[in-house]
Design a protein around this ligand. Structure first.
Ligand SMILES: Cc1cc2nc3c(=O)[nH]c(=O)nc-3n(C[C@H](O)[C@H](O)[C@H](O)COP(=O)(O)OP(=O)(O)OC[C@H]3O[C@@H](n4cnc5c(N)ncnc54)[C@H](O)[C@@H]3O)c2cc1C
Length: 359
């Protein structure tokens, strides 16, 4: 992706003079306020002062720390960029808080609802390994007997590998059912971790993980009907979210679109079909991009199926998770169909960042 640093977008500007070295940053609508110098990212400043902003890669790629500038100016330093934003988001005044630095007092639409001090590093034993499809393995992990991971349905963990490398995997089970942590691991050719999962790791093997991470969770304060857009193992966090939502009677209509290549890639097909059969407000549409001759359901790209069924998304909330091209397509195209960018939440399954989270 090109370096999409804005040249003329109004909220951006050069750093102010040194006598205004510390600026006030206010998060809207609920606060809090914190201080930031011109040489530190807004995310670093917030975390340093105990403000739990959500974040992922911390290098401008994943978009997890995006926020919209409502007032004031920010700048980027040489060599940084906003790869994790679309051109449309940049034009609409969004920035990445891991990259942006304050040039004045700023007001930013962002919520301090990241994992904060709740992130923990824990050992986990492989309790079982179950092949769900030709290239998807379910791993059930067990924490030490005295430990439980408190997380929100939709969040992910990093599996910690040697040499400070880490791999992100969404938690596929809902927090109410937390005796085991369940991952859906898709095999990536040459994948350092997924290769081991398929070939090497045995039951009782010991892993290390860090979490919970990310800000992909159902906004329960909202009444908007929901469209879930899942691609491949992007079903994992959405499964956790839906299972969690189904613990209570559903107040909102929920439409799950799950896109995969062929029927064999729908690795748990009966589960969403059963949800849809037993819950009148839950609808399930599987979409195949490379269907076989026996498939009579929807075909094509999953985001296009959503747009065909919902040409006007203005009254909806959308949650997208899975391959980066699918998530990017939703971020670029859905606003043309009335979706408010503030009601689009996503986990883009980007490849591993070979940098650590050090905060
Ligand atoms: C927030 C988040 C949540 C995620 N949740 C899940 C999940 O629940 N299930 C899941 O299966 N994946 C998930 N991913 C994606 C997963 O973290 C990456 O695919 C990871 O790189 C796989 O690790 P690996 O060690 O097997 O492969 P790596 O050693 O990282 O990759 C080996 C090679 O394959 C390429 N590669 C890596 N991933 C892909 C890919 N997806 N498609 C094409 N090429 C690739 C890399 O560029 C590299 O060259 C998630 C990613 C993020 C950011």
């Amino acid at each position: 992706m090109p370096d999409s640093r804005p040249i003329s977008a109004a909220p951006f500007g050069p750093p102010a003079s040194a006598d205004l070295a510390v600026f006030e940053v206010t998060l809207a609508p609920e606060g809090p306020t914190f201080r930031a110098g011109p040489d530190e990212s807004l995310l670093d400043a917030a975390l340093r002062q105990g403000v739990p902003l959500p974040y992922g890669c911390r290098n401008g790629a994943c978009g997890a720390c995006r926020g919209r500038i409502l007032a004031g100016r920010v700048h980027l330093t040489e060599g940084t960029g906003l790869r994790g934003l679309t051109e449309r988001e940049i034009r609409a005044g969004w920035t990445l808080l891991c990259q942006a630095r304050a040039s004045s007092d700023v007001r930013i639409a962002a919520r301090a609802d990241g994992p904060g001090a709740g992130v923990r590093t824990l050992p986990a034993r492989v309790a079982s390994r179950t092949r769900l499809a030709h290239d998807v393995m379910e791993l059930r992990l067990q924490l030490p007997p005295t430990e439980r991971l408190q997380y929100r349905a939709g969040q992910y963990v990093d599996i910690l590998l040697r040499d400070d490398r880490r791999r992100a995997f969404s938690l596929a089970n809902c927090p109410a059912d937390d005796a085991f942590l369940t991952l859906h691991v898709r095999r990536v050719p040459g994948g350092a971790f997924s290769g081991r999962v398929f070939e090497e790791i045995e039951e009782r093997a010991l892993l290390r993980l860090q979490g919970p991470l990310g800000n992909f969770h159902l906004r329960t304060e909202s009444d908007f009907p929901v469209v879930f857009l899942a691609g491949g193992t992007g079903f994992a966090p959405i499964k956790a979210i839906i299972e969690n939502a189904l613990l209570a009677p559903l107040r909102r209509e929920m439409h799950l679109y799950w896109g995969v290549r062929s029927e064999r890639d729908l690795y748990l097909p009966d589960l969403p079909r059963e949800w849809a059969r037993t819950r009148p407000r839950l609808h399930f549409v599987p979409v195949l991009s490379e269907p076989g001759p026996d498939w009579s359901g929807r075909t094509g790209l999953v985001h296009e199926a959503v747009l065909a069924d919902f040409p006007d998304l203005s009254g909806y909330e959308v949650y997208a998770s899975g391959p980066p091209p699918m998530v990017t397509a939703a971020r670029e195209l859905f606003p043309d169909h009335g979706l408010d960018l503030e009601r689009l939440f996503f986990d883009s399954f980007d490849y591993a960042y070979e940098t650590g989270h050090d905060g």
